[in-house]
Design a protein around this ligand. Structure first.
Ligand code: HEC
Ligand code: HEC
Ligand code: HEC
Ligand code: HEC
Ligand code: HEC
Length: 219
């Protein structure tokens, strides 16, 4: 009797374990390192690639200049944002709205400061007139979206030099209000492209063979 009960218990715990794993995998909030396709966290400042890279057509490399000469593309420092936001404190829509409102009310136009752009000023230790606020500066903690396991070697420079476009791996970033990881960054994903590098990019046949070697991506 005891033995039978023990066996049932084993089955029950196995079922609970399987259900648990299915639940974890199907719960999209569960963040599996490196394979988190579809990951789209909310960032501390509502920075839009659709506005900056899409509408304003700022080159990816203006902000992610690391991609040209290092492994990492990097996230730009706030000083890069200030090249423009020293002068641009709000969207043209809200500036136009204030102009119309001021004319209607017969008063001077007030400075409009977007709450999201104000976060850049606060982080740099400035007040809204761009004078030192007396508060210490404090970097914006952007959430890293793409994460490869430490045992994989990857370099942006190598791909950039070979003419592989950002979009091949990151999708249509210039249409995204909020960045989303579109590829699963799995080994199969890397290899699928590497095997066809000779056809799709001008990689020499002997180089193409090398691109599938374990030691190309693993130390
Ligand atoms: C061949 C695929 C591929 C291409 C092409 C590519 N990336 Fe990436 N990108 C990745 C991978 C993989 C990661 C994650 C790297 C890691 O965790 O070490 C990444 C990470 C990033 C990051 C996060 C910060 C960092 O440096 O790790 C940024 C920003 C980025 N890429 C921008 C770009 C831009 C801009 C371009 C085009 C100039 C580009 N990428 C081209 C695959 C690619
Ligand atoms: C080359 C110029 C330029 C650079 C560099 C730049 N921006 Fe902008 N940004 C603009 C312009 C212009 C607008 C207004 C677009 C519009 O009229 O809708 C804007 C809009 C914004 C907005 C939206 C404001 C609102 O309330 O609608 C935010 C937030 C923002 N930028 C953050 C940043 C951050 C963070 C950086 C640095 C990582 C940055 N920008 C770099 C030009 C720039
Ligand atoms: C004005 C500066 C600016 C420009 C231009 C810009 N980016 Fe970014 N990018 C950022 C900032 C700031 C972040 C971090 C916040 C976020 O995720 O939106 C970022 C994040 C990213 C990420 C996610 C990094 C991670 O954490 O894994 C990718 C991928 C990326 N950018 C690719 C691109 C590509 C491709 C282009 C050109 C089509 C581009 N960016 C243009 C500023 C910029
Ligand atoms: C969209 C296509 C594509 C994807 C996806 C891709 N690669 Fe590549 N990769 C290339 C091409 C093309 C080359 C350059 C071949 C040449 O030398 O001409 C390359 C070169 C490399 C190199 C060789 C660097 C050198 O010079 O020795 C490494 C390492 C590498 N890739 C790692 C990765 C890893 C890791 C991933 C997945 C996370 C990945 N790649 C995904 C196309 C891709
Ligand atoms: C083009 C790059 C690339 C090449 C070539 C490559 N790998 Fe990988 N490998 C990866 C990436 C990326 C991951 C991480 C996948 C993940 O996190 O899910 C990985 C993961 C692994 C893992 C961890 C287990 C797993 O499945 O996640 C092992 C083991 C492994 N690779 C062995 C190999 C062996 C053996 C070879 C040669 C036959 C090889 N790799 C060639 C990119 C590569």
């Amino acid at each position: 009797m005891d033995k039978l009960f023990g066996k049932q218990l084993k089955y029950i715990s196995l079922i609970i374990l399987v259900l648990g794993v299915v639940l974890i995998i199907s719960n999209s909030n569960y963040h599996i390192p490196s394979n988190n396709e579809g990951y789209q966290p909310e960032q501390p400042i509502k920075f839009s690639h659709q506005v900056h890279a899409g509408e304003l057509k700022i080159s990816c490399l203006y902000c992610h200049f690391g991609a040209e000469k290092s492994r990492h593309a990097g996230i730009p420092a706030l000083s890069i944002c200030m090249n423009c936001h020293k002068f641009v404190s709000a969207s043209s829509d809200s500036l136009n709205l204030e102009e119309i409102q001021a004319e209607k009310e017969g008063r001077d136009i007030k400075t409009v400061i977007s709450p999201e752009i104000a976060k850049i000023y606060t982080a740099l230790g400035y007040d809204e007139q761009l004078q030192p606020s007396g508060e210490a500066s404090k970097p914006v903690e952007w959430i890293k979206i793409h994460n490869l396991a430490d045992y994989v070697f990857f370099s942006h420079q190598a791909h950039n030099n070979a003419g592989v476009n950002c979009n091949e791996c990151h999708g249509e970033i210039e249409t995204m209000e909020q960045v989303r990881q579109v590829s699963d960054l799995s080994m199969g994903w890397c290899l699928d492209c590497h095997r066809e590098a000779g056809e799709n990019f001008d990689t020499a046949p002997e180089r193409t063979k090398l691109l599938s070697d374990c030691s190309t991506c693993h130390y």
